[in-house]
Design a protein. Structure first.
Length: 132
C-alpha cells in the first residue's frame, strides 16, 4: 500500500515520537526509502499545533496535501496547516469501537474516514487536496 502511494505522491511522516524511534520503525519495516521527510518531536511543537505539518509541506514544496491520521490531534493539525485531513481507524480497533472512532475523527474535522487501506486508496483517488 505504501509503495503504491509513494509511486504516485511524495510522502512525509509527521510524528510526535523521537526521531530515533521513527527511524527505527521505518527501518524495521523496510519503508524508510518511501518517505522524503520525517518531522519528529525534536523538529517542531507537538500536534495539534500546525507547525510540524507545515514543516513537512514546506520540505515537500507541496501546495496541496492530505494528512492521514488516526487521532483528533492529527486532524486538527492538518486543518490548521491547510491540509485536507483524512481519518483512518487505528489498526486493532475492535468492531464495536469503529463507529465511535469514526465519530471522534469526524467531530475533530476529518473530511472523510477510512476503515481500511482499500477504503483509504479509494478516498484518495476520489478526493482532491485543498489548496494550501
Amino acid at each position: 500500500f505504501l509503495e503504491t502511494l509513494a509511486a504516485r505522491f511524495p510522502l512525509a511522516i509527521v510524528t510526535g515520537r523521537p526521531r530515533r524511534d521513527c527511524e527505527r520503525f521505518l527501518d524495521r519495516f523496510g519503508v524508510a526509502s518511501l518517505f522524503q521527510i520525517a518531522v519528529c518531536m525534536e523538529d517542531a511543537p507537538a500536534k495539534p499545533d500546525p507547525a510540524p505539518v507545515r514543516k513537512a509541506l514546506d520540505a515537500l514544496n507541496a501546495q496541496r496535501a492530505w494528512l492521514i491520521g488516526d487521532t483528533p490531534d492529527d486532524i486538527l493539525a492538518a486543518r490548521r496547516a491547510g491540509a485536507l485531513p483524512i481519518g483512518v481507524i487505528p489498526p486493532g480497533s475492535e468492531l464495536r469501537n469503529i463507529h465511535s472512532d469514526t465519530q471522534m475523527l469526524i467531530r475533530s474535522g476529518a473530511a472523510r474516514v477510512a476503515a481500511s487501506a482499500q477504503d483509504l486508496m479509494q478516498l484518495l483517488e476520489a478526493t482532491p487536496c485543498l489548496p494550501r
